[in-house]
Design a protein around this ligand. Structure first.
Ligand SMILES: C[S@@+](CC[C@H](N)C(=O)[O-])C[C@H]1O[C@@H](n2cnc3c(N)ncnc32)[C@H](O)[C@@H]1O
Length: 192
């Protein structure tokens, strides 16, 4: 067996990938991670999904591809140019709500919302406001992060933040988690 993906890639993926490269955005999740996001999404029929950090919508396209028709996805980013790319290619999907907002504002304004699946791919919900976002996770819900193995673009001091983040997750008695040294380094946690 190899990591090679032999299953269908979401239709919008190629156009978004092209637009992402033209834009020069380099922080999109890789294909392996995206395939896992899709797989986990497929396990939550009629689910409420949250993505913090839309980027250009590459990971969003895969999450949508795993979701069923009764599920909904809120995806938040503070960069209007990136969100426009996501909107152009995914905006006709009624299940998706793209929100232009600072992560902090969005989290504080939505503390009462509950989700079956949270992909935290920006500061908020990962290195900032972690407990607030974990409180938004339903019992049995997935909390997913990538980029946990040292990345070339990590600024000085980020390694320590990453170590503290993992320890914080591991110390929470309400989470079961697994760490995958695969793709860019993934953590999947489930709320007990
Ligand atoms: C790792 S990228 C997301 C990539 C995307 N999930 C994908 O795989 O294609 C992180 C995103 O966080 C966004 N971001 C950075 N600071 C933010 C903030 N304060 N509030 C909301 N989004 C923020 C950036 O614009 C960027 O798109």
């Amino acid at each position: 067996m190899t990591d090679k993906m032999n299953q269908k890639i979401p239709e919008a993926y190629f156009d978004i990938d092209k637009a992402t490269k033209e834009n020069g955005f380099t922080m999109s999740s890789d294909q392996l991670t995206c395939s896992l996001l899709k797989l986990l999404a497929a396990s939550k029929p009629s689910g409420k999904f949250l993505e913090l950090g839309t980027g250009t919508g590459l990971s969003t396209a895969w999450i949508l591809d795993g979701m069923d028709n009764n599920s909904t996805l809120i995806s938040v980013d503070n960069d209007g140019t990136l969100l426009e790319i996501a909107k152009k290619h995914l905006g006709n999907d009624d299940r998706l709500q793209l929100i232009l907002s600072d992560g902090e504002d969005w989290v504080y304004n939505n503390l009462d919302q509950r989700f079956d699946y949270i992909f935290a791919d920006t500061w908020h919900g990962k290195y900032l406001l972690l407990d607030e976002v974990l409180d938004m996770l339903k019992e049995g819900g997935f909390y997913i992060v990538d980029d946990m193995m040292p990345q070339p673009n990590w600024p000085e001091g980020h390694q320590e933040k990453a170590v503290n983040f993992v320890q914080h997750l591991e110390r929470r008695s309400d989470l079961k988690l697994t760490k995958l040294n695969w793709a860019t380094g993934i953590i999947i946690a489930v709320k007990k």
